[in-house]
Design a binder for this molecule. Structure first.
Ligand code: NAP
Length: 292
């Protein structure tokens, strides 16, 4: 019930201590939301809170979250849930990493899979009871462009056997779009869920984290063709908060700053079924998170 009279609206932004997430948190703060930002790095989090405080009259807080570990996700939910007081209006997922080397956690999760999809999925499921208490609950997945043909590696989602950055990106974006489609179908009366492409965004952690040569090339490209995090956040903020977009769910906004450029997701049921099978192996974690 985001427009409930006199009620403070609330938003959680994963990846909110940096880049596009930080710009999104700032914009939602200016709209009066109470905002929780989440990420691994507490120092970056404290810094972001200091920067955001003047723009967040409703309140701003950082909560530590590491989605590489199931215990990290559980700890986050355990800390956040009592603070929400039963209701959440917007959940924006902007966390993400793009690695050129395979990194895997103690839980066997590959970093891109955990940050770009699985962690987002588990948190969305965990917070759906609170999002459903809002009359206008919104979920937004920030991502790169979606592949025309989805591809999931159902037996090996952490790409143990055959990792490449491209395979990881294709799988992660496919899973995001399939899940957005699936969630919209499973929740016809809301919460609404949509995907938004970040675009080529300069001055973010992702662009800074590339190895030397790629960073040098990327630096020039991003400088001339990149948009700012604030520009990138335009669609994301609208999808998270604009009352006029209340009834849009299961769409994918493929061009930053252009809400007309949207495609109704058209991935077929065979692929959605494949994702459901893949997700069934995380049913125990999901159920634990719902009971926390
Ligand atoms: N920049 C671009 O050109 C571009 C293009 C296409 C798509 N995107 C997508 O847009 C989103 C935002 O990216 P950005 O450019 O704003 O990058 P960014 O500045 O590096 O932000 C990424 C965020 O993810 C968080 N994060 C990383 N690993 C995490 C983990 N294990 N657990 C929890 N949080 C974690 C980081 O916080 P900590 O470091 O504190 O964990 C940071 O806040 C990402 O999903 C990215 O893939 C960006």
């Amino acid at each position: 019930m985001s427009e409930e009279k006199g009620m403070l609206r609330t938003a959680v932004v994963t990846g909110g201590n940096s880049g596009v997430g930080l710009a999104t948190a700032s914009a939602l703060g200016k709209k009066g939301y109470k905002v929780w930002i989440a990420g691994r790095n507490a120092e970056k989090g404290a810094d972001a809170v200091t920067r955001l405080r003047p723009y967040c009259p409703g309140g701003i807080a950082f909560l530590q979250l590491d989605v590489m570990l199931f215990s990290g996700i559980e700890q986050f939910v355990r800390t956040l849930r009592p603070q929400l007081g039963g209701r959440l209006d917007a959940l924006v997922h902007s966390m993400g990493t793009v690695g050129t080397k395979r990194k895997v956690s103690a839980d066997g999760l590959e970093e891109g899979w955990a940050t770009q999809f699985l962690g987002r999925y588990l948190l969305t499921e965990a917070l759906t009871p609170e999002l459903s208490k809002s009359e206008d609950g919104r979920v937004v997945f920030v991502s790169a462009n979606a592949p025309k043909k989805p591809q999931l590696f159902e037996d090996d989602p952490s790409l143990e056997k055959n990792f490449s950055t491209l395979r990881a990106i294709v799988q992660n974006q496919s899973a995001c779009v399939l899940y957005e489609q699936m969630y919209a179908a499973d929740h016809p009366s809301g919460p609404a869920i949509n995907g938004a492409v970040a675009g080529l965004v300069r001055d973010t952690g992702i662009t800074r984290a590339q190895p030397g040569f790629a960073r040098a090339i990327g630096g020039v490209m991003f400088h001339f063709f990149g948009i700012t995090p604030t520009q990138s956040a335009t669609n994301i903020v609208a999808l998270a908060s604009d009352p006029a977009l209340k009834d849009i769910s299961g769409s994918f906004f493929s061009k930053p700053q252009d809400l007309e450029k949207r495609q109704k997701l058209t991935y077929d049921e065979t692929h959605v079924a494949s994702l459901r099978r893949l997700l069934s192996r995380y049913a125990g974690v999901r159920n634990t998170l719902l009971s926390v």
